[in-house]
Design a protein around this ligand. Structure first.
Ligand code: RB5
Length: 172
């Protein structure tokens, strides 16, 4: 499975630890595509979240892991990308449910919240779970419908604004 991974500087070391851990896994074959950050140089976490979320939304990577100080900023930013369901998880039960119930393609963790060993177990609990379907299918479909309804509204506003701002042709 191709997995997009990214972190800000607060979680650079956790990202490296998770990458090394996943490379040694036999329970699930994972190829990590690393979207940075590649050093302790500060970055703006939304830039990394966008890159990873786009990779997952496009289908180039099946899943994504995003890491920052709390996991929160990454989740908030990733969830702005249409089609993405990103869940912050710091325990294995939530990680499993994020996949089984919520079909979350992205998990986010905070390096200032969780230690590296538990973080590895949380990522594994999520990676080795699959969406359970059943009654959850309808609920996840409703999440998608909410997103689509706002997208239509946003498009209507953009279209209206474009019409009202359209420059008049000189000879029209
Ligand atoms: C970094 O300054 C910090 O804001 C970030 O790592 C994250 O915790 C944001 O949600």
């Amino acid at each position: 499975m191709k997995l997009a991974i990214g972190a800000d500087e607060a979680a650079f070391e956790l990202k490296e630890a998770i990458k090394s851990f996943l490379a040694q896994q036999t329970a699930v074959a994972v190829e990590c595509i690393d979207f940075g950050v590649h050093s302790l140089e500060p970055v703006d976490y939304p830039d990394i979240a966008l890159a990873v979320a786009q990779e997952v939304a496009s289908g180039k990577c099946k899943r994504g892991v995003l890491l920052c100080g709390t996991g929160l900023g990454m989740a908030i930013a990733a969830n702005k990308v249409p089609g993405i369901r990103a869940a912050t998880c710091h325990d294995t039960y939530s990680a499993e449910r994020a996949q089984k119930s919520n079909n979350a393609q992205i998990i986010t963790l905070g390096a200032r919240v969780i230690g590296p060993e538990l973080a590895k177990q949380v990522v594994m609990a999520w990676l080795t779970s699959e969406f359970a379907g059943g009654g959850s299918t309808r609920k996840v479909a409703k999440i998608c419908a909410i997103e689509e309804s706002f997208a239509e509204g946003a498009k209507a506003i953009v279209d209206k604004n474009l019409q009202s701002q359209a420059p008049k042709c000189a000879n029209s």
